[in-house]
Design a protein around this ligand. Structure first.
Ligand code: HEC
Ligand code: HEC
Ligand code: HEC
Ligand code: HEC
Ligand code: HEC
Ligand code: HEC
Ligand code: HEC
Ligand code: HEC
Length: 383
């Protein structure tokens, strides 16, 4: 155990006073009630008291004042790095929230505010704060532990990871190099049930998420720090956070994902939701579906031009839906091309929804990329 520093002791002491002054106030469940009412109402007896919870409060890396060197707040490695991962799996890593000292320089007033049940700023890191109960939220790293907490379900990182594929691929040798880092999430394989969860009886042609839709990506530092270790000479070093983590630049409204669809199809798995949320070409595309597994990854993904911090550069073009042999883009609609069919339907019915490949985009106007991908585009006879 690390010795408690004097700043923390002072804080804990100040906190005892705050709590003493509010000894008869009911905890969080009545937080929404006006203070006057609270004082007059006698606390109801309860089977079990939950410790007071401060109101929710979010920290933002986007705030200009917070755009400091990462090391200003994040200490590498955290004191608990060899506790959260043990044995051979243990790697020096940041696995704990920043210390009080990194906030106190600017937020002294908020830290010592006489708020009830606790200063709101504590809630950035703490579940609750009393002298006896100082449990913190799960820190987002390591992700395997974090994913067991409810917080992970709607977790969106403020950062995109920069991974230059071109500089790494040769290190992984020829052949199936992509699958070293990208595997099929929740595959159907030889199983008979193609859906990711139980479907309702009245599904009909409605959308329901299928197994094998998504490809995973490395979910944490283990995959990177094996080479990018402090003494390996392979830059960036683990402490150079900002080389790999770049602030997200995604624009609102440019994804095909729809939270309601995730809710309807009962998708609660945090890893699935994280990937699905970033789909900005087609939310329904299934890697394990159709003949997709027979197509080489690089036919659809141009990894040499791929900038993983720019969502638009990772976007798969609609022309790749045609593949080498037509597939979803055929010479005429009679040959079964889904794109031909949907564009034709839309031309005759403005309310037609394009649900083959899309969720959020289904009712949007037909983009120029789609019309020009059809063979008839050049001759004016499309679709
Ligand atoms: C002013 C203090 C501060 C600075 C500077 C800072 N962080 Fe953080 N960081 C935090 C706090 C506090 C949390 C926990 C907040 C939370 O869980 O919402 C956090 C959480 C994170 C997370 C997990 C949450 C997420 O959005 O993915 C990552 C990754 C991260 N920081 C990376 C960085 C990097 C990279 C830098 C430098 C470019 C940086 N931080 C600079 C305070 C800071
Ligand atoms: C260099 C000074 C500085 C440091 C260090 C700093 N902050 Fe801030 N913080 C600010 C300023 C200034 C604002 C308000 C301006 C803004 O929101 O852009 C702010 C805003 C916030 C807010 C939002 C407040 C609100 O009312 O919504 C939270 C939460 C917060 N900081 C938490 C933290 C935590 C936690 C740390 C330590 C890990 C920290 N800050 C470190 C300067 C700082
Ligand atoms: C940026 C995240 C963060 C914020 C904000 C924060 N704490 Fe903490 N707190 C920590 C961490 C990390 C520890 C564990 C320190 C350690 O063991 O090294 C801790 C520990 C504590 C402890 C236990 C004593 C100790 O030092 O181990 C108390 C008490 C405490 N915090 C109170 C508060 C109060 C009160 C607030 C709000 C005024 C607050 N904290 C805000 C991160 C935070
Ligand atoms: C050493 C590990 C590694 C290898 C090998 C690798 N990738 Fe990646 N790939 C990554 C990482 C890391 C990311 C960024 C993930 C993130 O944004 O969190 C990524 C991102 C991607 C993305 C973008 C995902 C998105 O929408 O942001 C695609 C597509 C992709 N890789 C395809 C490939 C293909 C195709 C190959 C084989 C030619 C390949 N990768 C080989 C690690 C790897
Ligand atoms: C037939 C075209 C096609 C093939 C073949 C293909 N992908 Fe994809 N891939 C896509 C599409 C479309 C997306 C969704 C892009 C979006 O909406 O953001 C995608 C997304 C991804 C993502 C991001 C995570 C996700 O599922 O959204 C990764 C990583 C990825 N593919 C890796 C691979 C790897 C590795 C292979 C080979 C084993 C491969 N892909 C084969 C079309 C393809
Ligand atoms: C097999 C070893 C190996 C693994 C595993 C590996 N890298 Fe690398 N990485 C390298 C080497 C070697 C270079 C330097 C290449 C060069 O100089 O062109 C590099 C370069 C980089 C760079 C470019 C640095 C710069 O400033 O130009 C980034 C960013 C990066 N790696 C991120 C990652 C991430 C993220 C992961 C984990 C998903 C990862 N690497 C996994 C070996 C590896
Ligand atoms: C070599 C590249 C690399 C370096 C250096 C690096 N990270 Fe990461 N980090 C990653 C990758 C890759 C992931 C997992 C994939 C993702 O976040 O999309 C990750 C995940 C995380 C997470 C889990 C939450 C999340 O966003 O997924 C936190 C927290 C984090 N990093 C913080 C840090 C901090 C703090 C530093 C500096 C001390 C740092 N990282 C240095 C590549 C790196
Ligand atoms: C066979 C699959 C497929 C079908 C069918 C399809 N799309 Fe797309 N759509 C894509 C792909 C792939 C992208 C992303 C790349 C692109 O635009 O080339 C996309 C992108 C989009 C975008 C975003 C474009 C942008 O520039 O931001 C919209 C909007 C859209 N489609 C609407 C539609 C509509 C409306 C229909 C029905 C007439 C339709 N799509 C039919 C695959 C399809």
């Amino acid at each position: 155990m690390k010795p408690v520093n004097s700043g923390n002791l002072a804080l804990a002491a100040a906190f005892v006073l705050v709590l003493a002054a509010m000894a008869f106030v009911e905890p969080s469940t009545t937080a929404a009630v006006a203070p006057e009412t609270q004082r007059r109402t006698r606390p109801k007896p309860r089977a079990k008291r939950t410790p007071p919870k401060p109101a929710e409060m979010k920290f933002s890396h986007q705030a200009t004042a917070h755009q400091l060197a990462c090391a200003f707040c994040h200490t590498f490695p955290s004191a608990n790095w060899n506790v959260v991962r043990t044995g051979d799996a243990a790697i020096p890593d940041v696995t704990e929230f920043p210390q009080h000292a990194s906030c106190l320089k600017c937020h002294r007033t908020e830290f010592f505010a006489r708020e009830r049940p606790a200063p709101r700023i504590c809630a950035v890191c703490h579940v609750g704060v009393t002298p006896k109960f100082t449990v913190r939220h799960p820190f987002p790293n390591p992700v395997e532990a974090f994913d067991k907490s409810p917080r992970s379900r709607d977790f969106v990182s403020a950062f995109a990871v920069w991974f230059p594929h071109d500089r790494h691929l040769e290190l992984f040798g020829e052949g199936d190099s992509c699958s070293n880092c990208h595997t099929t999430l929740n595959p159907q394989g030889e199983g008979s049930d193609e859906y990711s969860s139980k479907t309702p009886a009245d599904l009909g042609d409605g959308f329901w998420l299928k197994k094998g839709t998504f490809k995973t990506s490395p979910s944490g530092h283990t995959a990177c720090f094996s080479c990018h270790a402090a003494d390996s000479g392979m830059k960036p070093e683990p402490s150079e956070c900002a080389t790999c983590h770049r602030l997200q630049t995604r624009q609102a409204g440019t994804v095909d994902f729809d939270l309601a669809a995730a809710a309807t199809t009962a998708v609660t798995d945090p890893a699935t939701r994280r990937i699905w949320r970033e789909r900005n070409a087609t939310a329904t595309f299934r890697h394990e579906g159709g003949l997709h597994t027979e197509v080489a990854c690089i036919k659809c993904h141009n990894v040499t031009s791929l900038d993983t911090t720019d969502p638009m550069s990772a976007r798969v073009g609609v022309v790749s839906c045609g593949g080498d042999s037509g597939c979803h883009i055929t010479a005429s609609v009679d040959e079964g091309g889904a794109l031909n069919f949907e564009v034709l339907q839309r031309a005759s019915d403005a309310s037609f929804r394009c649900t083959k490949c899309h969720i959020a985009y289904a009712s949007a106007p037909v983009p120029a990329s789609h019309s020009s991908a059809l063979p008839g585009a050049k001759t004016g006879t499309s679709p």
